[in-house]
Ligand binder design. Structure first.
Ligand SMILES: Cc1cc2nc3c(=O)[nH]c(=O)nc-3n(C[C@H](O)[C@H](O)[C@H](O)COP(=O)(O)OP(=O)(O)OC[C@H]3O[C@@H](n4cnc5c(N)ncnc54)[C@H](O)[C@@H]3O)c2cc1C
Length: 417
């Protein structure tokens, strides 16, 4: 008998969510995480009384989100603080865009083609086709930056964007912040797995063990642990760090390796006093970037009398990896944030800058639509499954990962959540 029913590599939110669902069915699940903490790219840091997310972390569609459905399947109702609107700041003016307004404009512009047909059409080509003026172009470019996490309208998929906007219309929520923050969600998943399994941190997986074409376990610290099935919950770009390339078709290897993530710079500020009371998403046109005050939604994230501000500036991966250029982008962004909140520079207790080549595992673009992403099964290896935000799953950004959890769970168990 194998040591475990499932071994999951990676304790990011998606590995943990899938582990929790399998554990609820009675499976013995072992999750192995190389870092000292769980959370991966959604990790939460304790910092001088602040609970700081790894950059801005909102949930698209709030209570209608798939993350909420996963928690419900585990017997927990996730509650949210809704972001009611986006405030677009351009040329010194502020335009308030309610979540519903954006989806209504979508209905006006969708036209005769189906959203599926529009998936391979860029936002740019579509705006040209519709003969949009400057104001509407800005609106859709900003919406592409926030909802698709893709400001590069020459390749951002308009079909995927309109699908997202349709869901905003259906749920009447653009984005929301979980009540209590992200830590309780990680705790929920971890506790569930702990009932009949284990989450081990500081345990990097060296390789997946494959015998006669079937995954039978993993190797850690020169030891083998066996399982009936293995799930890789690391980004597909890193799969072949732990899996022997000789086992898979070259097309699949190239697809995983070459998948383009989203990239960018994150700025976080711990602030003494209050510099803004708004509970919206701020979107700067120049440079095209966005942010919000998480502590205005969830006051427990900051000590009394303090605030947290987080900002994200989507960039090309090569721009983030160029040290000198990225420092320049950061300075330009900070200048624009300070212009928007003149009281901020005096009130900063601490700040954090992150230069991230991978924000989301998959950029949503015309050459990387839902159908282009790897599926949860690995060609050439039985008993090995994939989950995460670079794997097949609808939506954009983190939603892809949460949808892939549901899809992988269905593939493994045949059950819908
Ligand atoms: C700054 C930022 C802002 C974001 N904002 C949002 C947002 O607002 N909304 C949203 O929905 N999404 C957002 N995202 C995306 C979201 O965070 C990710 O989609 C999600 O965290 C991905 O989770 P995952 O479990 O798929 O992968 P990961 O979080 O990458 O987890 C993979 C885990 O595997 C571990 N690992 C890797 N190799 C090994 C190995 N060999 N052995 C053991 N462990 C290994 C890693 O350490 C990691 O913990 C944001 C991401 C970032 C970085």
């Amino acid at each position: 008998m194998a040591d475990y029913d499932f071994i999951i590599i990676g304790a990011g939110i998606n590995g943990l969510a899938l582990g929790a669902l399998l554990s609820k069915d009675g499976a013995r699940v072992l999750v192995l995480e190389k870092s000292r903490e769980v959370g991966g790219r959604a990790w939460v840091q304790e910092r001088g009384g602040f609970r700081v997310d790894y950059g801005m972390h909102l949930v698209r569609f709030g209570k209608e989100s798939v993350l909420s459905a996963i928690c419900s399947a585990l017997g927990h109702t996730l509650k949210f603080h809704n972001v009611e609107s986006t405030c677009l700041v351009a040329d010194g003016t502020q335009l308030e865009i309610p979540a519903r307004g954006a989806s209504q404009s979508m209905n006006m512009f969708a036209g005769d083609r189906t959203l599926e047909e529009l998936k391979r059409v860029s936002v740019q080509a579509w705006m040209d086709e519709k003969g949009m003026g400057r104001r509407l172009r800005r609106l859709f470019t900003a919406t592409s930056a926030t909802l698709n996490v893709n400001p590069f309208v020459e390749r951002s998929s308009v079909g995927e964007l309109l699908l997202n906007l349709k869901k905003v219309g259906e749920s009447e929520v653009g984005a929301a912040y979980p009540v209590g923050g992200w830590q309780p969600i990680f705790r929920l998943f971890r506790d569930r797995i702990g009932k009949n399994g284990q989450v081990r941190t500081a345990t990097p997986v060296e390789s997946i063990t494959v015998q006669e074409g079937r995954a039978v376990g993993v190797r850690i610290r020169e030891k083998n642990i066996t399982a009936d099935r293995v799930i890789s919950a690391i980004p597909c770009q890193e799969l072949f760090n732990v899996l022997d390339e000789k086992l898979c078709p070259s097309k699949f290897i190239a697809k995983c390796r070459g998948f383009r993530p989203t990239s960018g710079i994150v700025l976080d500020y711990g602030i003494s006093g209050e510099i803004a009371a708004e509970r919206n998403l701020w979107c700067l046109w120049d440079p095209l970037s966005y942010g919000f005050f998480p502590s205005n939604f969830e006051p427990r994230l900051a000590p009394p009398g303090h605030q947290l501000l987080t900002w994200f500036y989507p960039l090309e991966k090569f721009q983030v990896e160029d040290e000198q250029a990225s420092r320049g982008f950061k300075s330009g962004l900070e200048e624009a944030i300070f212009a928007l909140f003149p009281a901020l520079p005096e009130r900063i207790k601490w700040s954090r800058s992150l230069y991230l080549p991978m924000v989301d595992g998959a950029e949503v673009s015309v050459d990387q639509i839902r159908e282009d992403r790897p599926e949860p099964i690995v060609p050439g290896v039985e008993g090995l499954f994939l989950v995460g935000d670079s794997i097949g799953g609808e939506g954009a950004g983190g939603d892809i990962g949460h949808n892939s959890v549901v899809q992988c769970y269905l593939t493994i168990t045949g059950k819908k959540i």
